[in-house]
Ligand binder design. Structure first.
Ligand code: ADP
Length: 559
């Protein structure tokens, strides 16, 4: 702007001065031309009257001067006398404009311009009494010649004006622009010296207010958005088409195992695995894409969806969910199904084999009883297995009727030890029951299965002459059932696995002892059903203690 004002002032000054010079020169020239014509006219009249009185003698004697030319022309147009030289060499002058006018009306004048010498010749002719004509010619410079003549002073004036205008323009332009530059755009105030800027500044102020209001609104919706996304357990990332992160909540960082992120960072800085990259690139291609990542010791499901705006992907929305538990449950379900099939197949194969031999008469009559016994034992195993699976499935699906009866645990333990009396005797294990009679509200069927499995294990995994003791005790609001044996114990490394389905410690030792690997799972779920806890302590070769703690008032299940 300063430059523009500066150039404008300089050029206006220069053009004005140039125009003024040309105009003044033209006026002066016009005036001097008039004077020159008047002088020639006066000279012509004076010389004509002198010649009239003195004849040729006047012309010969008088020094006419160099600035004018005098010609005496006879009435027939021939030249009698000429100050410039030999009159005979000059042709007939009757056709000259000024001469023909003088011959006709007494006086005549004309002017002629010569481009070669850039001069104008002014002529005036006067007729004498004898019919001859005196013509006086004077030379006057043309306007162009006058201009050319005055070019040097003009240039000097012009240079001075330009110099002055440059200095003045730079000062003026700076002074004009300074207050504009000094305007505080954030808080514009109407300047006293520049009232013309008032509407602009007012508009600026209105715009500023509008922008700051919009910024506040934007900030508050950003905060709201961030508050909402921060409360999500799922990870959320929004990225632009170049995969630069626009927003990312802390769950996303946690689930991807990334430390931190800065806005505008590449999404790959959060996770650089091939699976993740492929998933994002597929989504960029316009298709919703999913993958499973293993990060931070867990499994994450990533769903990347393209954000489309008319025919093109303008960004990505990425959801990340922790599916560790889901995946583990799925794995457990698969393992359970395969274990069940395997456990069912083994006794059935044996039963089929024996039945086949019997059908083909391959068994001697003396061995039939033994083979029959085998079939019964395998069938028993099958029944136990199916019973356990059914119990567990019911507990799993929460399909057990919610019995809220009062169960007296001491007598329940007595009944169970009674049921196991025979197997305890066979194994040579001494059983004992101690404690107090305590009742709690719960399911008799489930509590009896919990106690049965714990006591059955205490006998099965005991040693000959070992001891199994059950103690029921009452503490405020709770019942503690302690089942301890002096059996073979459980190695420490297996303790955290024995409650898993089909898990049997050390297959070789377990194969000697009948079992399904489901007993402790039933115990665990039965205890959970009653909102209780079960703990195990064991020392290999010395024995095992299971401690079950149950609240007396069972909390109501959501039905
Ligand atoms: P199982 O049908 O094999 O008894 P459980 O789920 O009841 O299945 O027990 C899982 C494993 O835990 C058993 O295979 C056994 O090795 C171990 N176990 C359970 N109770 C005891 C115990 N009282 N003493 C030693 N080992 C035990």
């Amino acid at each position: 702007m300063t430059k523009k004002i500066f150039l404008s002032i300089v050029s206006i000054c220069t053009i004005s001065v140039l125009a003024a010079i040309i105009l003044v020169t033209a006026i002066i020239y016009g005036r001097s031309a008039e004077i020159a014509e008047a002088e020639v006219r006066t000279d012509a009249r004076l010389i004509a009257s002198a010649v009239e009185q003195n004849g040729m003698g006047y012309l010969d004697k008088t020094d006419i001067g160099k600035n004018i030319r005098v010609t005496w022309i006879a009435p027939d147009g021939s030249v009698i006398y000429d100050t410039n030289g030999d009159p005979d060499s000059l042709g007939n002058h009757s056709d000259r404009e000024e001469v023909s006018q003088a011959l006709e009306i007494g006086e005549g004048s004309s002017s002629r311009y010569s481009h070669t010498i850039m001069k104008k010749t002014v002529n005036h002719a006067v007729r004498l009494r004898d019919g001859s004509v005196i013509r006086v010619s004077g030379v006057h410079s043309s306007l162009t010649a006058e201009l050319v003549k005055g070019v040097n002073p003009m240039l000097a004036i012009l240079a001075a004006v330009v110099l002055f205008s440059v200095l003045a323009a730079s000062m003026v332009s700076r002074n004009i622009v300074k207050p504009i530059n000094d305007i505080d755009l954030a808080h514009p105030k109407i300047e006293k010296n520049y009232k013309e800027l008032a509407p602009l500044l007012e508009k600026l102020r209105t715009q500023n207010n509008k922008v700051s209001r919009q910024m506040d609104e934007l900030q508050s919706s950003r905060e709201q958005f961030s508050l909402m996304t921060e409360s999500m357990t799922e990870g959320l990332i929004i990225a632009d088409p170049k995969l630069m992160v626009l927003t990312c909540n802390s769950s996303a960082l946690k689930l991807l195992g990334a430390g931190s992120f800065t806005e505008g960072q590449s999404i790959y800085a959060l996770n650089n695995s091939d699976v993740f990259r492929r998933c994002l690139l597929n989504a960029l291609g316009g298709r919703r894409s999913e993958c499973i990542l293993r990060t931070g010791g867990g499994q994450r499901e990533v769903i990347a969806s393209p954000a489309n705006s008319i025919d093109m992907v303008c960004g990505l929305v990425v959801f990340i969910m922790d599916v560790t538990e889901k995946q583990e449950l799925e794995a457990m379900r698969r393992e359970f199904t395969s274990n069940v099939s395997h456990e069912l197949k083994t006794p059935l194969t044996t039963i089929y084999g024996i039945a086949d031999m019997l059908a083909n008469g391959m068994v001697q009559s003396g061995d039939v009883a033994e083979f029959g016994g085998n079939i019964r034992s395998e069938a028993e195993r099958l029944i136990n297995l199916i019973n356990d699976i059914v119990s567990l499935s019911k507990l799993d699906e929460d399909a057990v009727p919610h019995e809220n009866e009062s169960v007296e645990l001491y007598s329940l333990a007595e009944e169970i030890l009674g049921r196991l009396k025979l197997s305890a005797e066979e194994k040579g294990v001494v059983t004992s029951l101690s404690g107090e009679r305590v009742s709690l509200v719960g399911s008799r069927t489930i509590l009896s299965e919990v106690l049965y499995n714990l006591c059955d294990n205490g006998i099965k995994y005991n040693v000959k002459g070992g001891h199994l003791s059950v103690k029921i005790s009452h503490v405020p609001q709770r019942v503690i059932i302690m089942v301890s044996d002096t059996g073979m114990g459980i190695p420490k490394q297996y303790l955290n696995r024995i409650f898993e389905r089909f898990y049997r410690v050390d297959k070789s030792r377990s194969s000697r002892i009948k079992g399904t690997g489901l007993g402790l799972s039933i115990v665990k779920h039965g205890v959970i059903y009653h909102n209780g806890t079960v703990k195990v302590e064991s020392e290999e070769g010395k024995g095992t203690v299971f401690t079950v703690e149950l609240p007396i008032e069972k909390k109501q299940h959501n039905e």
